[in-house]
Ligand binder design. Structure first.
Ligand code: UGA
Length: 449
């Protein structure tokens, strides 16, 4: 919303959240205290906040004053009840629709922006129409789908220069109103009109295709390790085929983030509901492969360290699900570190943007304050490389942070316990430099032994 507000100075944007603590953080004078870390966000907030962008918890006031309401709430995968493990929990969407139905005045355009299962607009419409039918105050609504395609860490650029903007709906006046907003900085060629369901399905499909590429390249990386091929060469060779393209071909410890897994599981649930079991099985395999990849990494570390990591010290570089974000939701690091801890390892975890508290709540394992005397698997937060690498048997790189690319391994080799290993799951290191400093090297998809 901040980026949209920066392009539409003539429109007032009110961001509403019932979580008062979050709103307080969004209003914080110190821009380092914003609730999320995103490169470039501070600058956009500085330009817009309290000018035409406001943060508030007053739902009634702002809904009643709005011509357009964007619903951008959480839709986590259900953990219990019907569809548990697959379907999205739509309780916040439903609650938001009820609030709009209750507090809106006149005609309101309701835009679904959260990633939602196909046909959610129907749920929103039903709630709003029930209100319109009973209403004595002449309320009316139009529902549009306008999914977000921004990627964390690059969100500002994705919003400034999107590949496309999708607006799904059947009310051409409402679509025109939303188009007017985007056309302030995006060319008409990039604004695509579709029906509601195509728009919802396009969002799920785009994420499913992207995730599928990562599982595909991770599967090929495993074959490289067995055959002597090198995934960097294979990626380059296939990426030069313009029909395939070179993006999203970097192997890694498994995709994370709040969207890929959730969206694929939604797609799987949808397919099963429509009796398309073969299609459901096809997409579910993308998630299975990703789960396998994460455990493959932890098992491999254990095997290289003579089959046991019990009471061995291992340094973990990076906890966020990718570089340039402090988001740890569904990050491969959660699964890999938990598996190592379960196997008895003592981990020193480091990340330039993720705090110890956040790791604790993400990992759901308390950090220890006495790692040396612990008799079981445990972890400690440490960002000082001299302490991080002291007497470790291995260093495991899980996030491709810029800071890690230029570590001077020869400087730290002496303080590691030998034989020491570096496991590079992001292929960001110079293999020769690591080996010449006296450390064993393992790179993902590197079959050149
Ligand atoms: C993803 C999509 O890229 C966005 O287009 C979409 O709008 C967003 O989800 C969403 O639905 O909200 P995001 O989750 O922020 O964006 O992150 P990505 O850059 O897509 O990365 C996802 C995961 O895949 C990360 O763990 C990343 O490390 C991994 N990845 C990505 C690879 O392992 N290899 C690659 O080549 C690319």
């Amino acid at each position: 919303m901040a980026v949209i507000a920066s392009h539409c100075k003539d429109i007032i944007f009110n961001v509403i959240d019932i979580n008062k603590k979050r709103i307080k953080a969004w209003n914080s004078i110190d821009l380092d205290n914003l609730p999320i870390y995103e490169p470039g966000l501070k600058g956009v907030i500085r330009k817009t906040r309290n000018i035409n962008l406001f943060f508030s918890s007053d739902t009634e006031k702002h809904i009643s004053e709005s011509d357009i309401v964007f619903i951008s709430v959480n839709t986590p995968t259900k953990t219990r009840g019907l569809g548990a493990g697959y379907a999205s929990d739509l309780k916040w969407v439903e609650e938001s629709a009820r609030q709009v139905a209750k507090f809106s005045t006149g005609h309101t355009i309701v835009v679904e922006k959260s990633t939602l299962p196909v046909k959610t607009a129907e749920l929103i419409k039903t709630i709003l129409e029930a209100q319109s039918k009973n209403n004595l105050e002449n309320k009316s609504f139009s529902v549009l789908s306008n999914p977000e395609f921004l990627s964390e860490g690059n969100a500002i650029n994705d919003l400034e220069n999107p590949d496309r903007v999708l607006i799904g709906g059947d009310d051409s006046d409402a679509i025109y109103e939303l188009e007017k907003i985007y056309s302030k900085w995006i060319s008409a060629k990039k604004i695509l009109r579709t029906n509601l369901w195509s728009s919802e399905l396009s969002k799920l499909s785009a994420n499913a295709f992207l995730a599928q590429r990562i599982s595909s390249i991770n599967s090929i990386a495993a074959i490289c390790e067995k055959t002597g091929a090198d995934i960097k060469e294979v990626s380059q060779a296939i990426g030069l085929d313009t029909r395939i393209g070179n993006k999203f071909l970097s192997p890694g410890p498994g995709f994370g983030g709040s969207c890929f897994k959730k969206d694929i599981l939604n797609l799987v649930y949808l397919c099963r509901n429509f009796g398309l079991d073969e299609v459901a099985d096809y997409w579910e395999q993308v998630v299975f492969l990703n789960n396998w990849q994460r455990l493959r990494i932890s098992s491999l570390v254990i095997k290289k360290l003579f089959g046991t990591v019990s009471l061995k010290k291992i340094a973990i570089l990076g906890f966020s699900f990718k570089a340039n974000t402090n988001d740890t939701r569904e990050a491969a690091s959660n699964y890999i570190t938990k598996d190592l801890i379960d196997n008895g390892a003592k981990l020193f975890i480091s990340d330039p943007k993720v705090s110890a508290d956040q790791i604790e709540s993400s990992l759901k394992i308390k950090r220890t304050d006495d790692i040396n005397n612990s008799e079981e698997g445990c972890w400690l937060y440490e960002n000082d490389l001299n302490k991080l690498f002291y007497q470790v048997d291995a260093v495991l790189i899980l996030t491709e942070w810029e800071d890690y690319k230029n570590i001077e391994w020869e400087k730290y080799s002496g303080i590691m316990r030998k034989p020491a290993w570096v496991f590079d799951t992001r292929n960001i290191l110079d293999k020769k430099k690591v080996i010449s400093s006296g450390i064993n090297y393992w790179g993902l998809g590197d079959g050149n032994k």
